[in-house]
Design a binder for this molecule. Structure first.
Ligand SMILES: [Mg+2]
Length: 196
């Protein structure tokens, strides 16, 4: 495939941003005694109700909804990889489900952390984990994701999915359209990019 013509769809949280790491640090600073010794990498469920931490769902949700999204960091290597392909990258986030009306915050964060102008129509912030219609409409050749069900459904559609490896998606099986990317994520994406 000609590199300049390919369309890349890209999730934001835990793929470009360090959302979970940031959330965990917020949880830990609020509940240090309860979380002392708890391994955050043992959180193998997507749903907060199934996390099995010493915290209640209410305590976790309270911290989730208090997060200042503009303070997240970009994952190492994301900037370099995406900058080279920026005309062909669409950012597709389900943030609207958790953080309604935060498109301007997300857009400003992308511009700032990536360090170059992003076209407003290249950011799609939706209120669903079902991204299949958007990805079909954009005719994406590749999609980068960490959510297990989103990744599985997009791969079934025939789009090549690069699944960023996290405990909550370990049950997803690799297929010819679904490739698991281990950390350091973006360094590994850059390395395998020529071969896929
Ligand atoms: Mg995500």
């Amino acid at each position: 495939m000609v590199e300049g013509l390919m369309i890349i769809g890209c999730d934001i949280d835990n793929v470009i941003s360090n959302y979970f790491e940031y959330l965990w640090n917020c949880l830990f600073s609020k509940y240090p005694e309860k979380l002392q010794g708890f391994d955050r990498y043992s959180i193998d469920a997507w749903s907060v109700e199934d996390w099995r931490t010493p915290l209640t769902s209410e305590e976790i949700y309270k911290v989730i909804y208090s997060i200042d999204l503009s303070r997240l960091d970009i994952l190492p290597g994301a900037k370099d990889f995406l900058r080279r392909r920026i005309k062909n990258v669409f950012f597709i986030s389900s943030r609207e489900l958790w953080y309604p009306n935060t498109f301007p915050i997300t857009f400003a964060w992308l511009q700032r952390t990536l360090g170059y102008p992003v076209l407003p129509n290249h950011l799609l912030q939706i209120d669903s984990y079902d991204k299949t219609e958007i990805i079909k409409r954009l005719d994406c050749d590749f999609y980068f994701e960490d959510n297990p069900s989103t990744a599985t459904n997009v791969a079934k559609m025939g789009t090549k999915v690069l699944l960023f490896d996290y405990p909550w998606n370990r049950n997803v099986k690799e297929t010819k359209n679904l490739i698991r990317i281990k950390p350091p994520y973006w360094q590994n994406v850059a390395q395998i990019w020529q071969d896929i």
